[in-house]
Design a protein around this ligand. Sequence first.
Ligand code: TTP
Length: 393
Amino acid sequence: MKAVVLAAGQGTRIRPLSSSVPKPMLPVADRPLAAHTVDAAVDAGADEVILVIGYEAETVREYFGEEYRGVPISYAIQEEQAGTAHAVNAASEHLEGPFAVLNGDNLYDQDAIDELFSECPAICAIEVEDPRNYGVLSTTDGTVTDIVEKPDDPPTNLANAGAYAFPEEAIEWLDVPASERGEHEITDVVAQVIDQFAVSPVTLERWMDVGRPWELLEANEWKLGELEGDVAGEVSEDAHLEGAVVVEEGATVKPGVVIEGPALIRSGATVGPNAYVRGATLIDEGAKVGNAVEVKNSVLSRDATVGHLSYVGDSVLGRDVNFGAGTTVANLRHDGGSVKFTVKGDRVSTNRRKFGVVVGDDAKTGINTSLTPGLKLGTEATTSPGEVVERDR
Ligand code: TTP
């Protein structure tokens, strides 16, 4: 079966991290987010993967190339991000026979994706406490009977998890009219398939939709949690590694370092001397954690540097970020409430008691900068020495 992976979106909610790196290419453990989706399709037996690309398309194309893990990759360009059905329709000329559709910004449990492929026509669902923000499925006798978008009064707790196996006929049904919010939505294609075929619901045990910055952190918590320790890089005899710690070839861990896994130190990264890394932490390629720095449960993207005397907790640092000596991140509110974060102008709860900061590519902090919980620093933002930054910039 061919698999269409949607990776054309602009990722507006995850800005500034997506300002130059498209969301599907943001790091989740040892590979980009979308590679986890493509892996799921390949492991489920896809014989070709069609990546729908648009926003920063070349970055995606460069990573996956023409073949990935022995499976041919082709690309469909979606010039304008006009909706998920519109995105799949952009791939229609590559399609023949039954096909799967997966979101390139979702993490799925593999067993469910295997079942999705074998049960075609089928749709993945996840049980959630409050499904009012999802497409909600109704089922009778093991068949999906209805799908409603964001209902006020949900008929079930089964949320649409954005993974579908469609029959060949659906290729002709992709050109759906725009919905009320002006997008050509895959839900309308699903509704027609449900109408004409017996569609099996496949329940996911675990699933994640990465839309906002703290969800990228949570995606890393998931995938780093699956690591098995492996040291191929250079680790000083005077460093102490505990739990699942991966030090890739070409990475360096210097004397006096303590790392409590799960942690992944990627090729070209250096940690120490005298640094403390704990929680689920990714130190991506070329990133640097220097002397007397503590990093907890965070993502340091490619070539980010936290050079001296700093604390970074529950945070995501973009590429080439540089923290001046003594930069300290606060990740806990004194009232113990969930940390809030601004997404497209709205202040929303992260539902996390601990969350630090999100820093765009190339941002730089001055020495002794203090950063408050839930703060966002944009691409190339700067702070002055000694500043206490409480508002996004
Ligand atoms: P969304 O998460 O709804 O969109 P997005 O990824 O652009 O993020 P944001 O809402 O923050 O701007 O998209 C779901 C999936 O579908 C995701 O994998 C991106 C993909 N997609 C496309 O490929 N083309 C589109 O036109 C749309 C709307 C989404």
